[in-house]
Structure formats: C-alpha cells, structure tokens
Design a protein around this ligand. Structure first.
Ligand code: BES
Ligand code: ZN
Ligand code: ZN
Length: 461
C-alpha cells in the first residue's frame, strides 16, 4: 500500500464535504436542513449514534455531502469511511485545528490499508481520497501511515516469503531509502562474532539465521536503539506447538516489524537521534540439528542458559541482541517482541504490555499512548519471580516451570542481559488483530508505536 494514494493536495472538480456532527448537536442540525435532506435521513431511518454516517443526495441526484456522527474527535472517527464511501475526493469540515485534521486523516489512511499481495483481483480497487491542502501536513501523515503499513505488510506476509533473508532485504531497502548503513552477520559468522544463542535457535532452518543491523543519523546525536524479535516462523522447535497455536506464527517476527516501522517513522521525520536497529532474524524450525530441551546454550553476555522449552526461543535470540545493544550504552533502549502468550492472557490481544524500571518513562509513555488512542499497559519487573528462572545446572533457564506470571519472568530473563543503569523499555505485544475494527483490519498490526513515537518526538525534538 502506498499512503499517498489515500490523499489529494487539491481537486479542480470539487470535493464532497464530510460534515462532522456531534451526537448532541444532531437534532438541531437536522432541524436546519432542507426538506430533501430531512426526509432522506428519516426515510433511511438514520440513527445519530456515534460512528453512524450517511451520504446525502444533491438536487441533481449526485452526492452533496457525507455526514458523520461523533462522540470524540480522535484517530478512529473517520477510519471506517474509506472502505465504504464511493470513489471521489472528500474534505473534512467542522474542525478547529490542524492537530484534529492530522489525527482524523491518520485514521482515514489506516482505513485505506489492504493486504492484497496474494489476490488475483482487488489489485486495482480505487479508494476514495481525502483532501489535505498543506503539503507538510500531508507528508507527515503519509510518513506515519506508510510506517504502519510497513509493519502490517511485513507481519501479514506468509513465512514462505518473510524468512530471515526477506526480513534482511526489507531492512536493507529501508536503510538505502534513508541513506542509512545496513550490515548483517550471517550464519557461521554469528558464532565467530559471538552470538551463540541467535545461531543455536536458527541453526535448524534452511533459511540461515542472521543479525540485521541498521544505523542512521548524526554521530553526535543521542543514541536510540531498537531491537525486534525476528522469529520468522515459530514452530516451537522440538517442543513443537500444537496446530492451533502454530497457526498464526508467521507473525512471530512482529517485533522486528515494529522496530523497522518505528525506525521508518523516525527517519522520515528526521528525528535528531543516532538510530541503531538490531534484529535477530531466525526460523525456529525442527531438524536433526535443532537445539533441544535440556541443552545448555552460551550467550554473548557469558551467561549460560539451560533450555527448558525450545518454544521459549524469543528471549534467546533477543538476549544476544540486547547484549550487543547495551554495549554501546544507548540513551534509550527499546525492544519489541511477540514474546509470550502469558502477556495476552494478562491484557488481552489488543493491549501491549510494557516493562521498564524507569517510573518517569513509564508514566510518560502511558500518557502519550492514551493521547494517541494507542493503549499500552505496564507490567512489573517483579524481582521476587526471578527464582522461577533459576537453573540448577546453568546460570539461568529459558522458561519457568510455573504456569503463572510468564510475561514477567520472560521480561526478567531479558533484564539479565541489560545493564542496570540502562534506560530500557520492553514491549510484549500481539502484532495481530484477531477482529476487524474500522482502520484496524484483522491481521498484522502495529501496536503502541504511535504513542511511543510521540514520546520520542518530545524527548528528542
Ligand atoms: N511466539 C510465542 C509467544 C506468543 C504466542 C506470542 C502467541 C503471541 C501469541 C513464544 O515464542 C512462545 O512460544 N512462548 C511460550 C513460552 C513458554 C514456552 C515459556 C508461551 O508463551 O507459551
Ligand atoms: Zn516460541
Ligand atoms: Zn516465538
């Protein structure tokens, strides 16, 4: 998807107004209308509930306007419209400022998203477009939507076409587009350069494991490091997942997709940071040379890791990447991962969990997230649970025997690989919508990065 197709700068042929009416104002608005409009709405049994909308007929039988009833003017207010309105150019009326237009247009653009790569028809469906006259505003909106579109596309793409080499190509083309540097450490080089855990998890796949690295920005700017779990397919390894749990595991590179999508936002907006993106990209496959339950792996940090369950692979690839990230002492380190089912049990699939030791950072993030209708929720790095990941034969074990608190023990595992004084945020997220909502179709989804980006803009601007 190319978000620039969802918007127009100007339109000589005239545009159709989208008239926003608050639910409370509807009856007085209705009173003031010509009888043709009044009757149309009555005959159509129009109910002025928040989110309801209707086209209005013009005298010549054309469309004179689209009315939409709202409760709050936010990101999702007009997100349903692009998939329903006939192809034409539309303009939002009744807004007070550019910020409102920005938020509504963002929702519009997200509502234009289609994943049609594998459809033989639907390639050329023409969508309605929204008029945004200001070039700078339009560019800003398009950059955000394209970044979220990138996350969705990467996650939606089946594992057959989104293996480590494909993720690598995506990271490389992103680096080239913004004049960044791309490098990768491939297969045996992972062992030579001391990334033993990444190699162990990925070694059973014909799609060779790698650590992708993207750098961008001025050398003297504060370093911001993003790490994303890039498990391109998670079969569970030898502790194989049951079919129902494996069904969606093409999305297990969702963390990597988030890191790349947020990186794109940051680079498109030229945020004054020295950006460092690290993505361990592997397939957790089954083969004769797969790592096993009971094995003890080495890690870059020097901690030995007993494998209790090969399905707890995300934390293994992340620990080497986090160690590498922390070696450069970034100003802020953020990781994204579809790490545990337990985080979904705790918060459901639509609210990402985040962890940080820094209370101010947590409060700030929560505030920006709620301002952007992009809910995230903090879970504690509760030290008392660390006993659950103690091993008798190694420094740490990769999964707890207890069925409770799995998102927390996974986060504590990662914390062992981050320096104590390092500002760090860990996201455990779903990266997938199980249901359709306006602007948020079923399938791959960016979660938490709109709020996070707003926070980063404030922190570094
Ligand atoms: N990729 C999964 C976690 C996952 C599953 C995230 C479903 C979102 C939705 C991860 O690698 C995994 O399998 N984790 C295990 C850990 C367990 C073996 C300790 C889990 O959560 O069950
Ligand atoms: Zn797993
Ligand atoms: Zn996984």
């Amino acid at each position: 998807m190319n978000a620039s197709n969802c918007f127009k700068a100007q339109n000589a042929a005239g545009d159709i107004p989208i008239i926003l009416i608050s639910g409370d104002d509807y009856s007085s608005w209705h009173q003031e209308q010509e009888s043709v409009t009044k009757n149309w709405l009555i005959q159509n049994a129009f109910k002025p509930d928040a989110g309801s909308w209707s086209l209005l007929p013009g005298e010549d039988g054309g469309i004179s306007a689209c009315i939409l009833i709202y409760d709050d003017l936010d990101l999702w207010t007009i997100a349903a419209l692009p998939s329903h309105l006939p192809e034409a150019v539309y303009r939002v009326h009744g807004l007070n400022n550019e910020d409102q237009l920005y938020r509504l247009a963002l929702g519009w653009g997200l509502g234009c998203y289609r994943f049609n790569r594998y459809l033989s028809s639907d390639q050329d469906v023409m969508l309605p477009t929204l008029l945004i006259e200001s070039d700078t505003l339009r560019d800003k909106i398009i950059a955000q939507i394209d970044s979220i579109g990138l996350v969705r596309d990467l996650v939606n793409t089946p594992a057959q076409d989104m293996m480590p080499q494909h993720l690598s190509a995506a990271a490389q083309s992103l680096a080239e587009r913004f004049d960044g540097q791309f490098t990768e450490i491939l297969d045996e080089e992972l062992l030579e350069q001391n990334y033993p855990a990444i190699h162990a998890v990925g070694r059973a796949s014909v799609h060779r494991p790698r650590l992708l690295e993207l750098q961008w920005g001025e050398a003297d700017a504060p370093r911001l490091t993003l790490v994303g779990k890039g498990v391109c397919f998670d079969s569970g390894g030898l502790d194989l997942k049951p079919a129902s749990a494996m069904r969606l595991m093409k999305k297990d590179m969702g963390g990597a997709a988030h890191a790349l999508g947020l990186a794109q936002m940051i680079m498109a907006h030229k945020l004054p940071v020295r950006l460092h993106v690290l993505i361990p990209a592997v397939e957790n496959a089954v083969s004769a040379n797969a790592f096993r339950p009971g094995d003890v792996l080495q890690s870059r940090k020097g901690l030995s890791i007993e494998i209790d369950n090969t399905d707890a692979e995300g934390r293994l690839v992340l620990c080497d990447a986090l160690t590498r990230a922390a070696e450069a002492s970034p100003d802020l380190l953020i990781d994204f991962a579809t790490l545990t089912g337990a985080a979904r049990v705790a918060l459901g699939t639509e609210v990402p969990a985040f962890f940080t030791q820094n209370n101010n950072l947590a409060t700030e993030l929560q505030e920006y997230a709620s301002d952007w209708n992009d809910m995230v929720w903090r879970l504690p790095l509760h030290e008392d649970y660390r006993t659950q990941i103690k091993s008798k034969i190694a420094d740490i074990v990769n999964s707890s025997k207890e069925p409770f608190g799995g998102a927390i023990t996974a986060a504590l595992f990662l914390e062992s690989f981050v320096e104590e004084d390092q500002d760090w945020i860990h996201f455990d997220l779903m990266a997938w919508n199980l249901r359709d909502r306006p602007g948020r179709p079923e399938g791959g989804e960016a979660m938490g990065i709109l709020g996070l980006f707003a926070m980063l803009q404030e922190r570094y601007a």
